[in-house]
Design a protein. Structure first.
Lengths: 112, 111
C-alpha cells in the first residue's frame, strides 16, 4: 500500500515549457486534491476532484489544468510555465468527509 | 469568506516549555477544524481534528466558537516536536469538501 505517489520529485522548466505532474493513490479514495506550498502562504488549493469524473477550481487555478483520469489518478498540467509557478506541489486524497487527507511527498518545481 | 489565519510564522521555545500555536478562522457555517504537521523530510500528516477531542503526542486543541479559534497546545515541548504546523478548515461547496489551510507556523524547540 504505497498511499499517494507523486512523480516527478524534482523538475526544472524554462518559461513557456509545459509539463504534467502525476499523482496516483491506491487507497480507493474518492476525492483528490492539488495544492501548492509557498513560503509564508501555506498550502493553497489549485484544483480538486470530489469524485471520479468531476473537477473543480480551488483558490489559485489560473495557469493550471487537471485531469481525473480514473479513480486512482489525478494529474496537474502546466501548459506554459511561468516563474510564479515555482513552488512545491502536493497531491492529496481522502475517502470522504470524515477521513483525513493523505498527502504525497511533493514535487519541487522551479521555473526559470 | 472562509479563511484560516495563523499569525506566527515562527515560534521558538526551549525544551520543556509550554507551546501554543495560534489558529483563528472565519467561516459562516459550523466549522470542522484540523491540525496537520510536516516534520523535516516527511510528508504532511494529520495531527488531530476537533471532532475527535483527542490528544496526540501530547498536543490538544479546543474549538472556541466565541473567539473563532482552534489553538494547538502542549504543556511541555520536546525537540522532536520541531516541525511545520498547519491549521485547516473544511469548506463545504455543494456536496464537495475542500480543506483550506492557514499559512503555517514553524515550531522550533531548542535543547
Amino acid at each position: 500500500n504505497a498511499g499517494v505517489t507523486q512523480t516527478p520529485k524534482f523538475q526544472v522548466l524554462k518559461t513557456g515549457q509545459s509539463m504534467t505532474l502525476q499523482c496516483a493513490q491506491d487507497m480507493n479514495h474518492n476525492s483528490m486534491y492539488w495544492y501548492r506550498q509557498d513560503p509564508g502562504m501555506g498550502l493553497r488549493l489549485i484544483y480538486y476532484s470530489a469524485s471520479e469524473g468531476t473537477t473543480d477550481k480551488g483558490e489559485v487555478p489560473n495557469g493550471y489544468n487537471v485531469s481525473r483520469l480514473n479513480k486512482r489518478e489525478f494529474s496537474l498540467r502546466l501548459e506554459s510555465a511561468a516563474p510564479s509557478q515555482t513552488s512545491v506541489y502536493f497531491c492529496a486524497s481522502r475517502r470522504g468527509r470524515d477521513s483525513p487527507l493523505h498527502f504525497g511527498n511533493g514535487t519541487r518545481l522551479t521555473v526559470t | 469568506a472562509q479563511r484560516v489565519t495563523q499569525p506566527e510564522k515562527l515560534l521558538s521555545v526551549f525544551k520543556g516549555a509550554p507551546v501554543e500555536l495560534k489558529c483563528n478562522y472565519s467561516y459562516s457555517g459550523s466549522p470542522e477544524l484540523f491540525w496537520y504537521v510536516q516534520y523535516s523530510r516527511q510528508r504532511l500528516q494529520l495531527l488531530l481534528r476537533h471532532i475527535s477531542r483527542e490528544s496526540i503526542k501530547g498536543f490538544t486543541a479546543d474549538l472556541n466558537k466565541g473567539e473563532t479559534s482552534f489553538h494547538l497546545k502542549k504543556p511541555f515541548a520536546q525537540e522532536e516536536d520541531s516541525a511545520m504546523y498547519y491549521c485547516a478548515l473544511i469548506h463545504v461547496v455543494d456536496s464537495s469538501y475542500k480543506l483550506i489551510f492557514g499559512s503555517g507556523t514553524r515550531l522550533l524547540v531548542r535543547p
